[in-house]
Design a protein. Structure first.
Length: 75
């Protein structure tokens, strides 16, 4: 059981690293004056950016669950 969880956690962590590296940087397009106004004015995320951000959240939650499960099973 522990071995299966370890393999699953390795796959999740590699996927999480890949998804984070594929995301565009948050400070792209921010000027000295009015930084972050794109989000304030209602700029919507594109389909690809939205998919990557959701996938990041799901993979992070799965990583936390497997980490806690491995810690509990190790006792």
């Amino acid at each position: 059981m522990v071995t299966v969880l370890r393999v699953f956690q390795w796959l999740i962590s590699i996927g999480l690293i890949g998804v984070v590296l594929l995301q565009p940087s948050r400070n792209a397009g921010m000027g000295v004056m009015g930084g972050g106004s794109e989000n304030f004015m209602g700029r919507r995320k594109k389909g690809w950016e939205d998919l990557l951000s959701r996938l990041t959240v799901y993979l992070a939650i799965a990583f936390m669950i497997t980490s806690i499960s491995l810690a509990v099973l190790r006792r």
